[in-house]
Ligand binder design. Sequence first.
Ligand SMILES: Cc1cc2nc3c(=O)[nH]c(=O)nc-3n(C[C@H](O)[C@H](O)[C@H](O)COP(=O)(O)O)c2cc1C
Length: 220
Amino acid sequence: MSYKTSNAEGHVDFINTYDLEPMAQQVIPKAAFGYIASGAEDTFTLRENIRAFNHKLIVPHTLCNVENPSTEIEFAGEKLSSPIIMAPVAAHKLANEQGEVATARGVHEFGSLYTTSSYSTVDLPEITEALQGTPHWFQFYFSKDDGINRHIMDRVKAEGYKAIVLTADATVGGNREVDKRNGFVFPVGMPIVEEYLQKVLENQWTLFTSQLNNACLHAM
Ligand SMILES: Cc1cc2nc3c(=O)[nH]c(=O)nc-3n(C[C@H](O)[C@H](O)[C@H](O)COP(=O)(O)O)c2cc1C
């Protein structure tokens, strides 16, 4: 299926991050925008999360040295330009043709930390290249099959990933009403998911052929 989304590139003028949402809505196809911007059920929890976050208050420091103010922190052994890091987010190609490559470049410029989603629409080596040495973690869905877990772990270790972000709340998918109304299905390929599935098929095939061999031996 061919999916057309924005290929826009360049400076974006905004004053508040809330300004970005209507701008994105103008360039991202409706169902994809719905997936990115909405949440489960009638989005009550999404609204409650925003409300709760807005009640986290900053404790002001006064009468201290402000000659060289800095948002830099050291976190998990990494020096970061600010405490804001990139959470795992699926399928960046829904928003822009460059997908995770553009996000990784942005995180590199910002000097923060990037988390690669297992649902990335770009494969690991391209993301690593775009990160140019920026610290990166990998979001991981634990499989019942240890062989698959080991295979993915080996790949991400080889790509310089320092930590695993384990997703523990996705045993069942959310009942996403906006996605149902828009008939949303992922329209872009996901190389890491495809690799998981390929491994599952290979393992099933190995199991099937060994069962077949056993059956033949017993029949002889
Ligand atoms: C569009 C979208 C895609 C997401 N994709 C993933 C994902 O692939 N893997 C994952 O573990 N979490 C995923 N998340 C969850 C985020 O990483 C994060 O935990 C969640 O949005 C809560 O943080 P927030 O309140 O800042 O949005 C996704 C969230 C959004 C909004």
